[in-house]
Design a protein around this ligand. Structure first.
Ligand SMILES: [Zn+2]
Ligand SMILES: [Zn+2]
Length: 204
């Protein structure tokens, strides 16, 4: 097995698995001991379902800002550099992060310490954070089936982030990158715009 895959498995399981589990265990304990706000689906069914749907948006929001923060130079040099060792990504690249980044990445779970919710919401949020990076980093944009048929396979958008570093901090499902001028869709126009911005920054 290649060295970098072994390293990725190590960081994903030893650091990622431990920190993900710790967040879940402490949150479940806090629910059980009525320390954090709890919602019963029998008394608040509409709120329960709305929150379940809203978690997708919370993940997109949290991922964008947490990721953007890790590109702040001191955090990049101490933590996020490890994830970016993956230029040519694969499924094990997804959670290959430094423990500091795992703490930040899985802090999306802390919303359940403030916003009234049920353990099912917390588990969905936590498992979404834990399992989607593997699929998002598959390394192939589409799967060809029977010649021309294509199935979406992974996040080409995030793959471009691994290639160029200074674009696509979030996901394509929410327009944060578009709004903040870091959007790159792989086209030559996006590429020219990114290069122009880089040039302007480095000339300051
Ligand atoms: Zn990544
Ligand atoms: Zn990054």
């Amino acid at each position: 097995m290649a060295r970098h895959i072994r390293d990725n498995i190590f960081w994903s399981c030893v650091s990622g698995g431990t920190i993900w589990t710790a967040y879940e265990v402490v949150s479940m304990w806090a629910f059980a001991n009525e320390i954090i706000p709890y919602v019963d689906w029998r008394t608040e069914p509409i709120y329960f379902v709305a929150l379940l749907c809203g978690i997708q948006f919370w993940r997109l929001f949290h991922f964008y800002w947490a990721h953007r923060l890790t590109h702040w130079k001191p955090l990049y040099k101490s933590a996020h550099y490890l994830h970016h060792k993956n230029i040519n990504i694969g499924p094990w690249s997804g959670l290959a992060m430094h423990p500091i980044e795992h703490l930040l990445y899985f802090s999306c779970i802390l919303i359940h310490w403030v916003v009234p919710s049920h353990p099912i919401h917390m588990l969905m949020n936590a498992q979404h954070a834990a399992f989607t990076p593997a699929q998002g980093h598959v390394g192939f944009d589409k799967i060809e089936v029977g010649g021309s048929d294509r199935m979406p396979a992974a996040s080409f958008f995030h793959q471009l982030h691994h290639r160029y570093f200074e674009c696509n901090y979030g996901e394509n499902d929410f327009p944060f990158d578009y709004w903040f001028g870091t959007f790159h869709d792989g086209s030559s126009e996006s590429h020219a715009s990114m290069r122009a911005k880089r040039k302007a920054v480095h000339q300051i």
